[in-house]
Design a protein around this ligand. Structure first.
Ligand code: ITT
Length: 199
């Protein structure tokens, strides 16, 4: 069976392919870019789970194929969970990772170490063309560095140092990050659900 990855974020596509392949998902994974005519979904939900379901349903309806989607972001304790669902456009332009990270660092410049707790959050959704839906969640706790470090990954990876580590997510290898990440946890939990519903 074909399974559509309902995301246009290249960093996510790379990670999702590895996470789902490692979990032994036998499906033929197709990126949303294979369907360029389908308009972008308006992420009008107020939670990660709502937005993940909106994206998965939109692609499943448009393609007639089962779709999985990821809605994710960085939630900062001292900002009461912001940027949260607005992580991809925190500085204004959707997907400008560098600007988003720099704005966040500027906003936190006066906050010192004990108060720099944060977590990455991921909602992973599966939607079938008949309307069936499932959503699961995962998170990764850590601390925000004052200066970015590392070149792997994407988004806020260069500033999030996972609890128990002395390096940032951007200094981990892709398999190391996937083993502990919000996205890895959520999608590994979604795999048996995909198997149960799609065989
Ligand atoms: P799609 O909606 O097409 O999937 P998007 O980039 O718009 O792509 P989101 O709305 O879920 O996706 O926003 C995710 C943002 O959260 C992303 O742009 C990063 O800034 C941040 N983020 C999520 N997961 C991350 C990770 O593993 N490492 C670093 N930053 C991450």
């Amino acid at each position: 069976t074909r399974l559509i990855l309902a995301t246009r974020n290249a960093g996510k596509v790379t990670e999702l392919r590895a996470i789902l392949a490692d979990a032994g998902l036998p499906h033929d994974l197709v990126g949303a870019d294979a369907y360029p005519d389908i308009p972008d979904v308006k992420e009008t939900g107020v939670t990660f789970a709502e937005n993940a379901l909106l994206k998965a349903h939109a692609l499943a309806q448009a393609t007639g194929l089962p779709a999985v989607a990821d809605d994710s972001g960085l939630c900062v304790d001292v900002l009461n969970g912001a940027p949260g669902i607005f992580s991809a456009r925190w500085a204004g332009t959707h997907g400008d990772d560098r600007a988003n990270l720099n704005l966040l660092l500027a906003q936190l410049s006066d906050i010192d170490a004990p108060h720099r707790g944060a977590h990455f959050f991921c909602a992973a959704a599966l939607a079938l063309p008949d309307g069936t839906e499932r959503v699961v969640e995962g998170r990764l706790r850590g601390t925000l560095r004052h200066t970015p470090k590392g070149t792997n990954g994407f988004g806020y990876d260069p500033i999030l140092q996972p609890d128990g580590y002395e390096v940032t997510c951007a200094e981990l290898t892709p398999p190391e990050k996937n083993a502990i990440s919000h996205r890895g946890k959520a999608f590994r939990e979604l795999v048996p659900v995909v198997r149960e519903l799609l065989g």
